[in-house]
Write a protein that binds this ligand. Structure first.
Ligand SMILES: *[C@@H]1O[C@H](CO)[C@@H](O)[C@H](O)[C@H]1NC(C)=O
Ligand SMILES: *[C@@H]1O[C@H](CO)[C@@H](O)[C@H](O)[C@H]1NC(C)=O
Ligand SMILES: *[C@@H]1O[C@H](CO)[C@@H](O)[C@H](O)[C@H]1NC(C)=O
Length: 208
């Protein structure tokens, strides 16, 4: 069974594929209250995440959330691959497990045989979002992935980042693991994404 988790470590969709293994079981971080999925949809730029697995050089992460016809959520993860010098995209499908807790998702993606949790733990919909994946391992440790997202490629203010770190720390998350992305050089390349890439240039595809 261990090998399944090893596989997951390297292929989790959150790209800038990172993992932090810590002793003990996953902390119990609540999802955001009264989560409004519709307001959350659309593009988000990756600002900070747990450390990268430097197998492939991926920068400029953008995550786009859209609603499928069957009310699952399509997650498009786009990153610029500095080796290929082009954007690549990985898609996943998220399901809300309990309608009363709509920020708690289970994600399947093509790379990964097993679904994994993906929780929206905080967002104000128009500036920042924090998503989190935690997986209990059989050896009594757990794996964590944290993603701090911004609606704007310009990123987040120091103050918002500080508040996010404080919030995570309150649940025992070691925020010193967070690494930040420089998105300032990404703009030109992002303009050149083709196909569904157009959706995030125009802003949120779902407006209520
Ligand atoms: C819902 O639709 C998506 C996109 O068409 C598909 O990938 C997924 O398997 C569907 N899920 C269910 C439970 O039907
Ligand atoms: C538990 O397993 C993970 C993944 O194989 C590994 O990284 C971690 O070091 C292990 N922890 C302990 C305490 O053995
Ligand atoms: C856009 O990208 C394609 C393929 O990645 C490349 O062939 C093309 O030259 C690029 N266009 C511009 C304007 O950079």
């Amino acid at each position: 069974m261990e090998s399944h988790y090893i596989l997951l470590i390297f292929t989790l969709i959150g790209i800038t594929i990172g993992q932090v293994t810590q002793p003990g079981r996953c902390p119990n971080i609540p999802t955001i209250q009264n989560f409004n999925l519709y307001q959350f949809l659309g593009p988000w730029f990756g600002v900070e995440q747990f450390p990268e697995f430097k197998q492939i050089d991926l920068v400029c992460p953008v995550t786009v959330f859209n609603l499928n016809i069957n009310y699952t959520i399509r997650i498009e993860q786009r990153d610029y691959n500095t080796l290929d010098e082009q954007y690549q995209q990985q898609d996943g499908t998220a399901t809300v497990l309990n309608p009363l807790d709509p920020g708690k998702w289970q994600v399947r993606d093509s790379q990964q045989q097993y679904p994994y949790p993906y929780w929206v733990i905080d967002t104000d919909y128009r500036r920042f979002a924090v998503t989190w994946t935690c997986i209990d391992l059989f050896n009594g440790s757990h794996l964590q992935y944290v993603f701090v997202l911004s609606r704007s490629r310009r990123g987040l203010s120091q103050y918002i980042r500080y508040l996010i770190h404080r919030y995570l720390q309150a649940f025992g998350v070691d925020t010193s693991n967070l690494q930040s992305n420089d998105q300032t050089t990404c703009f030109t390349a992002a303009q050149n994404t083709t196909g569904s890439g157009a959706t995030f240039q125009r802003g949120r595809p779902f407006q209520r």
